[in-house]
Every structure is written in C-alpha cells, then in structure tokens.
Design a protein around this ligand. Structure first.
Ligand code: GDP
Length: 332
C-alpha cells in the first residue's frame, strides 16, 4: 500500500458493507461509510464498530448521504478523498424489485452512474468496485456462467444491474477509470437480511427448535442457487482493487443447491427433519426466475488467486447456530 489507504463504502450497513469494513479496518485502512439519514444505526450490522471508541471516529467514520443526491455525495467525496470506493448500496432484493421496479432502477442503475460520474471528477486516482450481480445472466443459455456469458436478466433488479455493469465497462474503456465489476452470486451469512430465503430458513429453524414456531412456509423449493459466504466475497472485492489493472470477475462457488437442500441441511443442524415442517405457499412463488444460475470463477482464481474458503454445509451450520444464539439471548 502506498500512503494511507482510505476506503469509502456505499451500503456500509448492509451484510457486505459491514464485513468489508471489518476486513479493511483489520488491514489498517481508514474506512468511511455512507448511510441514509433514515437508517436506524441502532442494532445495525456496524454497531460493534460504532461502539468501539478506539475505532469509531478514529479510523471508522459514517457520513449521512443519499445516492439520489449528488450534491451531498460530492461533499462527502471532497471531505474524504477516497483511494478506494466500494459501491455496494441499493435495493438488493430480486423479488421486491417486481413490486418497486422504478425505485429499484433509480437506486441500482441511475445511482451507480451518478457515483461513477463523481469518481470521474476526483482529482486523486480512485479505484472503484461495483457490486454487480449474477442476476445479469438471468435466463442464461449456458451454465456455468463466466465473464463472457451474455446478459439476459429476468427481473427489474437484473436489468438495473446489467445497466450499471455496462456503464462501468464503458467508463473503464472510455475514461480509463479503474472500475471493477464483481458479478457476485448469492452470498449469505448470519448478517443476511431476513427477507432472503437462507436467513428466513435458518431463523425459522431456530424458532422451531426453541418451540416458538411450528412450520416453515416457502415458495419454490426446487429453485437452485450458487450460495457462497459473504466473508469470502468481500475478500474478493478487496483483491480486485489491489490488482495492477481493473477487470470484471464472476464471484461464485461453482456449486449449486436447491432451496430444499438448504432447508434440509438447516433442519439437520438441530436434528430435525425438514419434511415435518415445510409448507408451500404459492403466493411466495416468483413471477419469473433465473434459469441455471451457477458461476464459473476460474478467472478470479487464476488472476487473483481467490478461492472461497467456506463450504455450503459450514455456512448453513454457522447461520443456524447464530440464529439460535440470537433468539436465546433475546429472551434473557
Ligand atoms: P435472490 O436469488 O436474490 O432472489 O435471493 P432469495 O434468497 O430471495 O431467493 C432465492 C430463491 O429462493 C429464489 O429462487 C426464490 O424464489 C426462492 N424462494 C423460495 N421460497 C422463498 C421465500 O419464502 N422467500 C424468498 N426470499 N425466496 C424464496
């Protein structure tokens, strides 16, 4: 590292933003995060950092800002002068993007363009990570998908991510900006939001184990995903910005599992059988689903040496045990 590394993270209170903050602080960075005025920082995923007087206000800073407001963003940039920008913010739920397509596209597509424009005007060199998504591949004709697989999104969220990914590419080529796209497949952890199926499952399994719930109601359990661990994925984001040149990378484990596999594995952690508790509700089925989403991470393995360290069953176990611990502590 040359000089002091200063990172600016959008979406700092999210799953990835919080793990990335932990990682960068451990590496000696000064870390700045942008948070919405409306976001509740109490019990947020960065609360452990806010409560640490040796870190908060010393090496970890939060700034109020909104990605829809270029003026505030520019002020934050002028104050922070980041050397690395990790753009993780935006409505991140695919299913929800069918309910709120316009705001999803504003937040995911237009906000990214706005941020790239601001970075373009920075006087110091800035390296930018853009959190793209496997959803850009959507109804892919081939599996596994790699960096050259054509984009065929199947949701407003996927369309918005495809736009931002292409714009990042255009800005890299046109202006020579150091802009990396990480086409990340689903990545989970105990910090995953409860509206995602993995966390919904592990939380419900914990409730059932504690006798506080009696069933797990899901949509399509045949649906398959390539699920990795968020801590592995934030490591990959950092690696991308340390490389000599910017590029696009697929972040994936290369293994796919069904929602049913995940549910069975989660119940098995607490010695219960999924078949005794699962119920299907068609209201939870999606209007359209990506086809065979599984990623080929050969490029990032070869170029950056990134290999995910945490396996599927370890991820499921960690999430179930974390939810059990959380629920048990909440009754004390
Ligand atoms: P996504 O891949 O970003 O959409 O992540 P999710 O965790 O929301 O969904 C993963 C898959 O689980 C999708 O194919 C959903 O259709 C499926 N699924 C089945 N039941 C549910 C449910 O109750 N909630 C959610 N969120 N997804 C479900």
């Amino acid at each position: 590292m040359s000089g002091k590394s200063i990172a600016l993270i959008t979406g700092v209170t999210g799953q990835d933003g919080s793990y990335l903050s932990d990682l960068l602080l451990a590496k000696g960075y000064e870390v700045h995060g942008i948070v919405r005025r409306t976001s509740n920082l109490l019990r947020s995923r960065v609360e452990h950092l806010r409560n640490d007087p040796a870190i908060y206000g010393q090496r970890f800073f939060l700034h109020y800002g909104d990605l829809s407001d270029a003026t505030t963003l520019r002020r934050i940039f002028r104050k922070v002068r980041p050397s690395e920008v990790y753009h993780l913010a935006g409505q991140s739920h695919v299913g929800l993007s069918f309910e709120i397509p316009e705001s999803t596209c504003e937040e995911v597509a237009m906000a990214s363009l706005r941020l790239f424009e601001i970075c373009r005007d920075e006087p110091q060199p800035v390296r930018i990570y853009h959190a793209s998504s496997s959803e850009v591949f959507g109804d892919a004709e081939t599996a596994p998908q790699h960096e050259g697989t054509p984009f065929r999104p199947t949701s407003p969220y996927g369309c918005a991510k495809a736009f931002a990914t292409q714009v990042a590419h255009v800005y890299r080529e046109t202006y020579g900006m150091f802009l990396c796209n990480g086409m990340a497949y689903n990545h989970e952890s105990p910090r995953r939001g409860e509206n995602f199926v993995t966390r919904k499952i592990t939380r419900q399994v914990a409730l059932i184990k504690l006798g506080r719930a009696s069933e797990l109601v899901l949509g399509n359990v045949e649906s398959r995903r390539d699920w990795g661990h968020a801590q592995d994925y934030v490591e990959a984001m950092w690696l991308m910005l340390q490389h000599a040149s910017a590029g696009d990378y697929v972040l994936a484990t290369g293994e796919s599992h069904s929602v049913l596999d995940f549910a069975r594995a989660a119940f098995a952690v607490v010695d219960l059988s999924a078949d005794d508790f699962l119920r299907h509700d068609t209201a939870l089925d999606r209007r359209s689903e990506p086809a065979r989403l599984v990623g080929d991470a050969t490029k990032i393995r070869n170029v950056l040496g990134w290999v995910p360290q945490r396996r599927f069953h370890d991820l499921v176990r960690e999430m179930v045990l974390a939810d059990l611990a959380l629920l048990e502590s909440s009754t004390l």
